[in-house]
Design a binder for this molecule. Structure first.
Ligand code: PLP
Length: 370
């Protein structure tokens, strides 16, 4: 089919709606430019970079109002490598993994390491979610705050199982966009290319004192832990505002700017209200549409940062995404392995609610002409 040309009033000011890498605000890139000849291209073991890491750690601590004793850690490799770190450095014997999509399933696979007992996997169908069950012998309870592949979010409430059991949350696509009580998790980890609008390759995590104690105990136990995956290493390096190996400095600079931007605007409450507004626009639109419905049927499970919308058989959602793309509105395709006739739209903190309103107008315009 020929390309449909959208009228200019139906083209959002910024057409990036992908779930990661996601929209980066121009001010973040300007912040990179400001340090182009002072910090970029200089040693990550010297004060200019270490101070930047320190400001990010402090800014994240403020943003999440971390309880006394919690620490902000970081390391190279992103959330995916954090799963392997958790298997080596955080799970003592056995984890319970809630799986309800691709990302949560991937952590369950990583937790199936040969030196651990097979994880207790509690699965729910894509588009819904499962609930933890306090169980004897489980020392890590794990689930995602937001399952990015399906657009389902889950509440963060500490699981009261065996004494010392840890609650470990994959917050990659939720952190910085959904309000929650940090005291309810022992580990809350994420990569910065989603609500933090930076690039991938690093992970950050809020660690409770109990989680740090666990990491140090496992490190001292003699278990073989590859150095790159050692969380004990991450604890000692993070305390010095460093990483084991070289981090990407532009990623840090863009992250610093985004954390400051959110904090200056009113912090997590503000960010959470903003993503709820943007996602609400899309869910309301889908509820009103005769050809679209929210994929996540239970409104309580619907994500405020990743919106998934199913279309009637009479409509080819891939064609809508293709037409949007031809007009510079990109990455509205569904998660590739989900295989649904669907659009998936990020409503991360950086995305303007008005751009989401314009997007619904653009989809309507395309639907009338398909
Ligand atoms: C994007 C994402 C990941 C993977 O992050 P990487 O930085 O690519 O490793 C993991 N979990 C969730 C929930 C995600 O959204």
């Amino acid at each position: 089919m020929a390309n449909i040309s959208l009228p200019s009033n139906l083209i959002p000011a910024d057409g990036r709606f992908g779930c990661g890498p996601s929209k980066i605000r121009p001010e973040q890139v300007a912040a990179v430019n400001e340090i182009a000849t002072s910090v970029l291209g200089t040693s990550h073991r010297q004060a200019p970079v270490k101070n930047m890491v320190g400001r990010i750690r402090e800014g994240l601590g403020d943003l999440f109002t971390i309880p006394e004793g919690y620490e902000v850690l970081l390391g190279n490799g992103g959330a995916t490598s954090f799963w392997d770190s958790a298997a080596h450095s955080l799970i003592e014997r056995r984890s319970q993994n809630l799986t309800f999509g691709e990302f949560s399933s991937k952590f369950a696979s990583a937790a199936s390491a040969p030196f651990l007992e097979a994880p207790d996997v509690i699965k729910a169908e894509a588009g819904s979610r499962s609930v933890s069950v306090p169980t004897e012998g489980i020392d890590v309870y794990a689930w995602p705050h937001n399952e990015t592949s399906t657009g389902v979010m889950a509440p963060i409430n500490r699981v009261h199982g065996d004494a010392g059991a840890l609650t470990v949350i994959d917050a990659t696509s939720a952190a910085g966009g959904i309000d929650f009580d940090a005291s309810q998790a022992d580990v809350y980890y994420f990569s910065p290319q989603k609500n933090f609008a930076s690039d991938g390759g690093l992970w950050f995590a809020l660690f409770s004192p109990a989680a740090i104690e666990r990491v140090e105990r496992i490190a001292a136990s003699g278990r073989y832990i590859p150095e790159f995956l050692s969380l004990a290493n991450a604890v000692s390096n993070s305390r010095l505002n460093q990483t084991l190996n070289t981090p990407a400095l532009t990623t840090l600079a863009m992250l610093e700017n985004q954390v400051k931007w959110i904090n200056d605007n009113g912090g997590l409450t503000w960010a959470s209200a903003r993503t709820a507004e943007s996602s609400g626009v899309l869910y309301d639109w889908a509820e009103r549409s005769s050809v679209a419905t929210p994929f996540v049927s239970n409104p309580e499970h619907r994500s405020q940062v990743v919106v998934t919308i199913d279309f009637d058989e009479s409509i080819d959602a891939a064609e809508i995404a293709k037409q949007l793309r031809a007009n510079g509105i990109v990455d509205t395709e569904p998660y590739r392995k989900l295989g649904r006739n669907q659009l998936r739209v990020a409503t991360f903190t950086a995305i303007e609610p008005d751009d989401v309103r314009t997007l619904t107008g653009a989809i309507d315009y395309i639907l009338e002409r398909l």
